[in-house]
Ligand binder design. Structure first.
Ligand SMILES: [Zn+2]
Length: 273
């Protein structure tokens, strides 16, 4: 009797175990199918759902007369490089009237004060009164060999190279980090200090004139600046030179496109000496 009971109990145990295993097996199979379907739908969704790109915030600005990328960037409070990147501009000096520029981050189109060429009276003011203790005899012309720049950036660069800050007495901008044709005065001129050669005024035009031309605004400003300096210090045209013309120099500065002959012709119109 006891044996019969034991046998039945074992049978029952076996059945229960089989039942539990079958239930577990069935449940995991259903779950597996659901997981597989979920992954499949997700993958399918990724492959076929259209990319909904949120349009970047900003406005389109139409470039007007006398507007440089520097002025536009300054007015909209956006970096020049950000505008260049958004509009795929390689040369920041080459933006033209009527060109449409996307200004990232801007909310409304703003009015931009047009550039006005530098006139003789303002150059006289920038240069200041003649210093009777200074004996300037030469003017040496440079290019920055960079597409962008201003006095502050060059000052930082020259300081890091142990040159005691901005080497140049004057920097003439190209509309990228200061206005096109704008004159910036260096500390050496303010202190009437020489750079590396005595009695030699150093003027730098922003740009690489092995690759691009001097802008009309830069040309006009440079001629006015030299006229004022020549008048104050009696510097003859023969003492105006490019950096590469100095004996012993091994540089291409101020570049092959620098319009040296055209500058001299203009200067002669004011004073042939
Ligand atoms: Zn130079």
């Amino acid at each position: 009797m006891v044996n019969i009971l034991r046998k039945n109990f074992r049978k029952l145990k076996c059945r229960l175990f089989r039942c539990r295993t079958a239930f577990f097996y069935k449940t995991s199979r259903v779950a597996g199918i659901f997981i597989a379907l979920f992954i499949l739908f997700n993958l399918w969704g990724c492959a076929t759902a259209p990319h909904r790109r949120v349009p970047p915030r900003g406005v389109y600005h139409i470039v007007g007369s006398g507007q440089t990328i520097y002025r536009i960037a300054k007015t909209y409070n956006v970096e020049v490089n950000v505008i260049m990147l958004a509009n795929q501009i390689n040369d920041p000096t080459k933006i033209g009237v009527g060109q449409q520029l996307f200004i990232p981050g801007a909310e409304t189109v703003l009015w931009i004060e047009p550039y006005r060429p530098v006139i003789k009276e303002s150059v006289e003011k920038i240069v200041g009164q003649k210093n009777y203790f200074s004996k300037w005899k030469y003017i040496t012309l440079h290019h920055s060999a960079t597409s962008q720049g201003n006095a502050e950036r060059f000052d930082r660069n020259h300081r890091s190279r142990g040159m005691g800050g901005l080497f140049y007495h004057f920097v003439i901008g190209n509309g990228t980090a200061s206005d096109d044709g704008e004159i910036e005065v260096g500390w050496r001129w303010q202190k009437q200090a020489q750079a590396n050669r005595p009695y030699d005024i150093q003027i730098c035009l922003v740009g690489n004139f092995n690759e691009q031309q001097v802008s009309n605004a830069q040309f006009g400003t440079l001629v006015e600046l030299i006229n004022v300096l020549r008048k104050q210090y009696g510097i003859p045209i023969s003492n105006i030179r490019g950096h590469k013309d100095i004996k012993g120099s091994t540089t291409e500065c101020p570049g092959n496109y620098f319009p040296f002959d055209r500058i001299k012709t203009e200067l002669r119109k004011t004073n042939p000496y």
